[in-house]
Ligand binder design. Structure first.
Ligand code: SF4
Ligand code: SF4
Length: 168
């Protein structure tokens, strides 16, 4: 595997990806990937509602639950530059800076994360286990997305069959 230089600067990060200043990312500008669009797995949504309250989640038109953050605002779970819900941190956050652009491009690292430039400058390689964990979370999230697509396709197929039967 090619050496990958990355580290999370954590509370020292001036443009923390969970904060309101993280708006210059090309990936985010193009694809709207940000902490204000953090999708939650059903079990993550239940755990957050149970532990912190229903106001922290919102349901989108696609039927998926997301963290309830408004565009341009910091995540409500960010305090002093740190995520305060480590135990319930969504897998989307756990797989960052590995992000999925779309079905054609697939997974990429969001290099606007300052952790890349810092690590390269200081020769800090990404920890192998960190990478494994990142990939595992990324795959879990994509499997969930796929399961949603399958549900949608099945419902469209049923509608198609009904339409065809009516036409006969
Ligand atoms: S932008 Fe990168 S370095 Fe900064 S807090 Fe997020 S992951 Fe860490
Ligand atoms: S849940 Fe934690 S890691 Fe995820 S956006 Fe909020 S503060 Fe950041």
């Amino acid at each position: 595997m090619e050496l990958l230089y990355w580290t999370c600067l954590g509370e020292k990060c001036k443009t923390n990806c969970c904060g309101d200043k993280f708006i210059n990312s090309e990936v985010i500008n193009l694809h709207g990937l940000c902490h204000d669009t953090v999708p939650l797995l059903p079990e993550e949504k239940c755990a957050i509602v149970e532990r912190y309250g229903p106001e922290y989640v919102k349901r989108d038109r696609d039927g998926v639950f997301y963290l309830n953050v408004s565009k341009g605002q910091a995540c409500p779970f960010l305090a002093d530059g740190k995520c305060t819900i480590q135990e319930n941190k969504p897998i989307f956050c756990r797989s960052y800076p590995l992000v999925r652009l779309d079905s054609f491009v697939g997974a990429v690292f969001d290099e606007s994360c300052p952790g890349f430039a810092y690590a390269k400058k200081h020769g800090i390689e990404m920890n192998k286990w960190q990478y494994v964990e990142m990939l595992r979370n990324f795959i879990m999230l994509q499997e969930y997305r796929l399961s949603r697509v399958r549900i949608e396709l099945e419902s469209m197929s049923r509608a198609l069959v009904e339409c065809q039967e009516e036409c006969l």
